[in-house]
Ligand binder design. Structure first.
Ligand code: SF4
Ligand SMILES: [Zn+2]
Ligand SMILES: [Zn+2]
Length: 453
């Protein structure tokens, strides 16, 4: 259920009881442990541990502290070690201007060479950063578009930097220090981290969480880190385990992806994963390459799309939920008959319904479906994406007339449902205002800005 992505189990202080440490982790639901190296010697030790213990994986690389003697010949050595089947990343590598054990120039050189190696091998990079935020951000930004995937371990930078990293699809992880009494600012940064970009770690043997602070850290304590994440994000620890384990699968390729969810819980609403198909092909859509959300797998082949009864059985009593939302990574009106059958069940049994759509339902079904929403759908939420028809067509890779059809869909739907909402993802202020004008003045429905997450 949990994965400790950063534990230096080759340290001397595990020498006498490593079997116990591993067993305790297992008993606490820690499925996998990643042991990051700090130099060539510990890389070999990490690999030896990965060979001995099934649940251990390793990363190989030279820590900034150890780059004093850096020379480019080391790259070949790291590359050879990285070929081991249980090596899942290059790390830990990075910059540390706090301790400054190695000259800055040397640290930067070693860091960039190892990032190049990570890109070349298609392996993720495990990054250590302390008091070097400006250089770090600049370097990582210079790798934009190279395919670099990075984990910022033991994150201690600003929320702004974290948002930049997440925009580039990198990952952030926190250690036991988020449980410390004085870590309010760190917890507020954690609150701003998208759960889709979050992983857990202990950084054992350091940074032991409360209530064991002061003692040696170990992977079993990653559950305290998970609990803190759950408290800050106001979700269950099971949610944290499921979400972060899937993130580790996506990032490091460890573990197995979860089976497709036909329905999934988000807050107090139950979402119905209607289809993975769509008439559009938005440039920003993740449905084909990365159909995961909050630890759920929403990927589904057409042949695996379930009949209405499967959804109905999973819903049970719809009054248990705030809303039943027809959504998923796909366009639900593609299976309009199924949506109607399930919506009918929900309404007959006293529940509330919402459909999240791109507003192309009439084009897809080749007829006006809005009258059929009467008494079945309470709220229609339509993604406007942009106020500009040309941009709309480019973004969604559809013809320009889809923009007008979508607006017409919203206008027509108003007569048959309780509420129509049109949304845009938070763009800049000017775009938001222009979109608001189109939605409120031209179409006459509610306008909402969705967060990027
Ligand atoms: S409309 Fe939605 S599901 Fe379809 S491609 Fe665009 S973002 Fe993806
Ligand atoms: Zn570190
Ligand atoms: Zn470390």
């Amino acid at each position: 259920m949990f994965i400790d992505t950063h534990a230096h189990l080759f340290f001397e202080n595990y020498k006498d009881d490593l079997d116990d440490v591993i067993n305790r982790a297992k008993n606490k639901g820690v499925d996998y442990i990643i042991v990051p190296a700090t130099d060539i010697k510990t890389a070999k030790e990490a690999i030896a541990l990965a060979e001995k213990y099934e649940q251990i994986y390793a990363t190989v690389g030279i820590h900034p502290h150890d780059t004093k003697e850096w020379n480019e010949n080391l790259i070949a050595e790291i590359e050879a070690l990285a070929k081991h089947p249980k090596v899942v990343g290059i790390g830990e590598i990075g910059l540390d201007y706090y301790y400054d054990f190695s000259p800055k120039e040397q640290q930067i050189k070693a860091f960039k060479s190892q990032l190049d190696l990570a890109v070349k091998l298609g392996l993720p990079a495990v990054i250590h950063n302390r008091d070097s935020d400006k250089d770090m951000l600049e370097i990582i930004q210079s790798y934009c578009g190279t395919g670099l995937k990075a984990q910022f371990h033991c994150y201690n930078g600003s929320l702004d930097d974290a948002l930049e990293y997440m925009k580039m699809n990198h990952f952030i992880s926190f250690t036991g220090n988020i449980t410390f009494k004085k870590s309010d600012s760190l917890r507020s940064i954690l609150k701003g981290i998208d759960l889709n970009n979050l992983m857990l770690e202990t950084d054992s043997p350091f940074l032991t969480p409360v209530p064991f602070r002061g003692k040696r850290n170990e992977p079993a304590y990653v559950t305290y880190v998970a609990q803190q994440v759950a408290d800050v994000h106001e979700i269950s620890i099971e949610d944290v385990g499921r979400i972060t384990s899937l993130n580790v699968f996506r990032f490091f390729g460890i573990g197995t992806p979860p089976k497709t969810s036909h329905t999934y819980l988000m807050g107090k609403s139950l979402y119905v994963n209607v289809t993975n198909r769509c008439n559009a092909d938005c440039t920003f859509c993740r449905r084909k390459d990365d159909p995961y959300l909050r630890g759920y797998n929403l990927g589904m082949k057409k042949s695996d799309e379930p009949p209405a009864q499967v959804y109905i059985n999973e819903i049970g009593d719809p009054k248990k939920y705030d809303e039943i939302v027809f959504c998923g990574y796909g366009e639900p009106t593609i299976r309009w008959d199924v949506v109607k059958q399930v919506a009918k069940y929900v309404k007959v049994n006293g529940g509330k319904t919402r459909i999240n759509t791109n507003g192309h339902g009439n084009i897809i079904n080749k007829r006006d479906i809005t009258p059929e929403m009467k008494d079945l759908i309470d709220v229609v939420s339509i993604s406007l994406n942009t106020y500009d028809p040309k941009h709309y067509a480019e973004l969604m890779r559809v013809t320009e007339d889809h923009f007008d059809e979508m607006k017409l869909f919203a206008i027509k739907a108003k007569s048959f449902v309780k509420k129509v909402v049109m949304t845009v993802v938070s763009l800049d202020e000017v775009e938001i205002e222009k979109s608001r004008k189109v939605v409120e003045d031209e179409i006459g429905v509610e306008f909402r800005v969705r967060e990027y997450f």
